[in-house]
Design a protein around this ligand. Sequence first.
Ligand SMILES: NC(=O)c1ccc[n+]([C@@H]2O[C@H](COP(=O)([O-])OP(=O)(O)OC[C@H]3O[C@@H](n4cnc5c(N)ncnc54)[C@H](OP(=O)(O)O)[C@@H]3O)[C@@H](O)[C@H]2O)c1
Length: 270
Amino acid sequence: MTTFGFIGTGHMGSMLVRKFIETGAISANEITVSNRTREKADQLAANLGVGCKDNRDVVRLSDVVFLCIRPREVRDVLMELHDLLTPEKLLVSVAGDISLKNLYSQCSARVARAFPSMASESLMGVTLLALGDNVTETDKATIMSIFGALGHPVEVKEDHFEVLADLTSCGPGYIAALMQEFALAASWRGIPRNVTEELVKETLAGTARLMESENFGDLIACVATKGGITEEGVKVIREDAPQMFNRLFQATKEKHNAVKKLIADQSMKE
Ligand SMILES: NC(=O)c1ccc[n+]([C@@H]2O[C@H](COP(=O)([O-])OP(=O)(O)OC[C@H]3O[C@@H](n4cnc5c(N)ncnc54)[C@H](OP(=O)(O)O)[C@@H]3O)[C@@H](O)[C@H]2O)c1
């Protein structure tokens, strides 16, 4: 039996534990969790029937350890666990901006990065994966299989992680923000906001279903018939959106750089 530990039961850690159990990817009796605020982990354990321990015991009890804490917290936790994260353990970090190189330098476990999406809540969406050189074929099969239960795991070049995470992991937030603005602009035309938001939500859900079998171009061509109304709207989007999305990628890159600087400064202080 492979055993799994989760350090950090915040938004992502608790979602992963809950969904892995719900889908049957991992059994509750194979899981142990820990969290800085112990009551939060106790609550999750009581609800899902998993074990609850401190960080060190989670590592002792687990073959695969998921690190579900914020990037700035990683260094201290890895220092706390350094002697226990041996080559017999597989460490899967979901922390953004903590590179495989960072992980190698702080422990001797086999290491991988996973960047899931809150879309996994509905068992859809993408989990980005970057696997360390010391990961075995069995590790890869385990990681693919459990994240496969929550949607679509995709192994990518680690260099592409940040930009792709904008698409896959931040994506649900961006799409929601964009659709909220779409509904808001309609409500400026005298229609109550709750009505416009509800209609946009329904349309978004229907479009997502259509996208399962259509590509973007075909769907646009299907709706935006030549000389019609939609064609005018699509023209506006094509004029204005490139600049907006370019700014979005620039803004998130700056934020990534700031977090990476903070992480580098932490290691300088060691
Ligand atoms: N949210 C997303 O959509 C998403 C997507 C992809 C990747 N991620 C990554 O997932 C990680 C967690 O994000 P999140 O949204 O779940 O953040 P979060 O809700 O703030 O959860 C972080 C959890 O880590 C716990 N923690 C902090 N220090 C700890 C320690 N020393 N020992 C044990 N537990 C500790 C916190 O405990 P307390 O209860 O004491 O605060 C909190 O429950 C981040 O690195 C993020 O980059 C998130």
